[in-house]
Design a protein around this ligand. Sequence first.
Ligand SMILES: NC(=O)c1ccc[n+]([C@@H]2O[C@H](COP(=O)([O-])OP(=O)(O)OC[C@H]3O[C@@H](n4cnc5c(N)ncnc54)[C@H](O)[C@@H]3O)[C@@H](O)[C@H]2O)c1
Length: 286
Amino acid sequence: MTATQDTLPDSTARGGALVTGAGRGIGLEIARRLVARGHHVHVTDIDGDRAARAAAHLGPRAFGSALDVRSFPACRAAASRTVRRAGSLEVWVNNAGVLVTGPAWQQDERTRSLMLEVNATGTINGTLAALEPMRTVGHGHIINIVSMAGLVPAPGEAVYAASKHAAIGFSLATAADLRIAGIEGIEISCVCPDGVWTPMLFDKLDDPQAAASFSGVLLRPEDVASEAVGLLDNPQPVLTIPRWRGAMLRMFDLMPTLSLRYAPRVIARAQRKQRRYRRRARAGRL
Ligand SMILES: NC(=O)c1ccc[n+]([C@@H]2O[C@H](COP(=O)([O-])OP(=O)(O)OC[C@H]3O[C@@H](n4cnc5c(N)ncnc54)[C@H](O)[C@@H]3O)[C@@H](O)[C@H]2O)c1
């Protein structure tokens, strides 16, 4: 490919990568690690200015643009732009997500649709857009940022959990379809972190409906990003962070009657933990 104004020529690069919702939080940290690994990274976000600022901050191997993952044609166009600028699309990370808490019956249709469209349909759109160029060359890696709420029900976050269950179900079934079709070179990995201290949770320390997000280990976005990017060297279909929490929550999931009976106690305990985090945040220790 000849270098034009729209390409990023670099003989040492590892190829193109795209991250959705990468203007801040976990996505920005993933983009930072992909740049450090040698990828040309397309930093995308629904907020185009935020994506452009993040890309400028990450240096010459990053470029930014607006992408709303709810639009499949927009995802396809972003995939093409990555191939044009970087020469290939090796990695696509579906990271964009939204969380609105509260019992589902208190949420209006617009709110419910927003979570399903961004978290579930957005992941489907991104995966399918990435698969087009990846299937042409027979290799690539799609990493979908899900959540523990994709593995087990999260009280107070029912629609969010529904959207994340949809995302992981789609990802694993599509990975199986690739193998059944004889395509061995394309990986799809799901990352299921516990609560992560990002802007998504910054305004939720006072929200008792968000207690599930504070029920386990509050992670740093840097740690989640390092583990997610580590999947490129050691692919796995599902990575829970931390691993022991994933195993523990899946045990509860095997006993739905017991889990339901204990849900009020589990959430009361999580709310106490959330209050402790709030005190630490107010003391500047979070
Ligand atoms: N923070 C947590 O506790 C936590 C835990 C588990 C999983 N996750 C998941 O991690 C991912 C990243 O979350 P975060 O904590 O960094 O949140 P964040 O709110 O800090 O960042 C999310 C980014 O997604 C972007 N976005 C929102 N709607 C979009 C759309 N329609 N198209 C494109 N971009 C859009 C936002 O502008 C924002 O930059 C999400 O999928 C989230 O569900 C977060």
